[in-house]
Structure formats: C-alpha cells, structure tokens
Write a protein that binds this ligand. Structure first.
Ligand SMILES: C[S@@+](CC[C@H](N)C(=O)[O-])C[C@H]1O[C@@H](n2cnc3c(N)ncnc32)[C@H](O)[C@@H]1O
Length: 302
C-alpha cells in the first residue's frame, strides 16, 4: 500500500506536503519526477530517505513539511465530481456499520469514492468493498482515487442501477448514499446477513421521513436517526476560540439492523395487547425504546 509504512520517505509513498501558509498537497513520490507549487519545486529523489516531520526547502528556499497523510487528508484531496460524504460523517458511518478488518460491505452510489476509500482502508486485505454506481464516468473517477491509494484490490466496482439489486449475499453491512434510498430496501435486505448493519445518508428531513416509514414497515430493527455537527477552533494559543464559519449541515444519518420480524401491524397489535403502547409507535420496535441509551452492567468486570 502506498501509504507510508516507515519513518522515512520511500519511493511510492503518498506524502502530505505543507508550506508555512498551511496549504496542503498530496503527492506520490515517483523516481525522477518533481513536485511543483506556488512555493517552488522539490525533486522527489531528494525526498527519499528524509524523515517524516522534517522540513525540506523548495528551489526558492521556502520550507515545506513532509508528513504522512491520514484518511482525512486523502478524502479532502480526492479528485471529485459532485457531493462527497464529509470526513466527520465518514468516520462515524464506519463505526456504526461495524467496519473492521475482514468485513464485507456494499455501498451505493460510488460517486467520487470518498466512502469507498474509507471502507477500503478499514476492511483490510481479508475484507472487501462492493461499490455500485449507475454513471460510468463517476465510477471511473472513484476507481482512479482508489487506485491512487493502492487499494484497488479491496474493491469490486459494479456499474449499474441498484434497482436491479446487488450480486452479493450475506454481507455484514450496506450503506446507501442515493436520492431515494427507500426504493432499494428490499434489495438491501436481500444482500445483508441477518443482524447486518444498514445505513443511509440523506440531506433533507423529507427524505428521512420517507426512509424511516419504509424501514419501520419492513424487516428492520433498531432504527436510529442522527446528525453530526463539527465545530473547529482557531489554534493560536493566546486566542483559542471557535472559527467563525462552520459547515452547518451535511446530511442526516439513518441506521437500522436487518432483522426478521412480523409485519408492522402485527407487531404493533401484539405490543398493544401487552400494554406497551409507546415502544413500537415511537421508535421502530419495542425493544429499542430505551430512552437513555444502552444498559451497561457496572459489575461486568468485577
Ligand atoms: C452523492 S453521490 C455519492 C457520493 C459518495 N458516497 C462519496 O462519498 O463520494 C450519489 C451517487 O449515487 C449515484 N446513484 C443515484 N441513484 C443510483 C442508483 N439507483 N443506482 C446506482 N447509483 C445511483 C449517483 O449517480 C451519484 O453518483
């Protein structure tokens, strides 16, 4: 993988180059080539062997830091077309979908591949990402982005409309970033294993409502609707305070677990008969009506 493994720069590494003005550049270190920016140029051959964290002068004498990039840097420097999922949401989505080495996960649509890249980094060489996109041009761009990160072997790209369903079965997790995710829930359920993790991101509350209604009526459980707000701060020690501008809205996140269950009407009727009239009605299933989060056994480690 071209993400740096060592403490010094090697040919093939993806590096982050940052000047004192904090403008950042991501480049792959290629023999015989050079990097150029507004601060001058650097010969890649002269970077090899330099310890990460060091500063290297351009031919104009401007110093640039040489750093290993993190996933956030890779995502922000993607070649992109159209909207991508923001890093603040990507990390949380991966966590909620239970993504870890060995996991098999489906996503649609691929778009520019921000989620594809994040998932590919996390599933390791024993896991796999299956990415669906109906527009060929979009998917080509994503493929280039994933190839640049050296992760192509962890991703299978399908170019087609997910209305036709998914080829894979019994996957651990499935995520939809399409305009009308509720239209593809039967296909998603068919591809997921029992208990598998479903997630979707939508920009409007109208879409959240349609998706929630569809999930609520189907073989899904533990519905969750969430939104993440990220506030950044100025980092000058004498004047630490919030940045004036922030990204106020990216998307709503909706999660659920694939489950076997009765038709919703039967479920509600059973609950009413038992005298529980708020669980199903409020929360997509009586068992997930706990208002204060999961129960933690304080004696577990005792
Ligand atoms: C917002 S973009 C996805 C961005 C991507 N998740 C990322 O982070 O880079 C939505 C993509 O879904 C694709 N799409 C929409 N409906 C689709 C469908 N029914 N089947 C396959 N792809 C679809 C669109 O062509 C578009 O490229």
């Amino acid at each position: 993988m071209p993400l740096p493994q060592s403490t010094t720069v090697a040919y093939g590494d993806i590096v982050l180059l940052v000047g004192k003005d904090r403008r950042t550049f991501i480049r792959t270190v290629i023999e015989g080539k050079r990097f150029e920016c507004h601060l001058g140029y650097l010969e890649f051959d002269e970077l090899v062997g330099v310890p990460f964290g060091a500063q290297v002068p351009t031919h104009l004498g401007h110093k640039m830091f040489v750093l290993p990039p993190n996933t956030n840097d890779l995502i922000l420097h993607l070649q992109r077309e159209g909207q991508i999922i923001f890093p603040k949401d990507l990390g949380y989505i991966a966590l909620k979908l239970g993504i870890r080495p060995g996991v098999h996960v489906i996503e649609a649509g691929t778009g520019s591949g921000a989620l594809t890249l994040t998932l590919a980094l996390l599933v390791g060489d024993d896991g796999h990402v299956y990415s669906y996109e109906r527009r060929a041009k979009m998917q080509e761009r994503a493929l280039l982005n994933v190839r640049r990160a050296g992760l192509l072997h962890r991703v299978t790209f399908h170019q087609r409309d997910i209305e036709r369903g998914f080829d894979e079965r019994d996957v651990h997790a499935l995520f939809l970033d399409v305009r009308e995710p509720w239209d593809y829930l039967p296909q998603a359920r068919e591809a997921l294993r029992g208990g598998g993790f479903f997630g979707a991101i939508v920009p409007t509350m109208n879409q959240v409502i349609q998706l929630t209604e569809a999930l609520y009526a189907g073989p899904w459980f533990l519905l969750e609707i969430e939104e993440l707000l990220l506030r950044t701060y100025k980092t000058i020690p004498a004047r630490i305070r919030p940045d004036e501008q922030m990204v106020g809205h990216t998307g709503y996140l909706v999660f659920a677990r694939a489950a076997e269950r009765e038709e919703q009407a039967a479920w509600d009727a059973a609950l009413l008969a038992e005298g529980d009239d708020n669980g199903a009605a409020e929360d997509g299933g009586a068992l997930d009506d706990a208002p204060t989060g999961p129960e933690i056994d304080a004696n577990e480690d005792a």
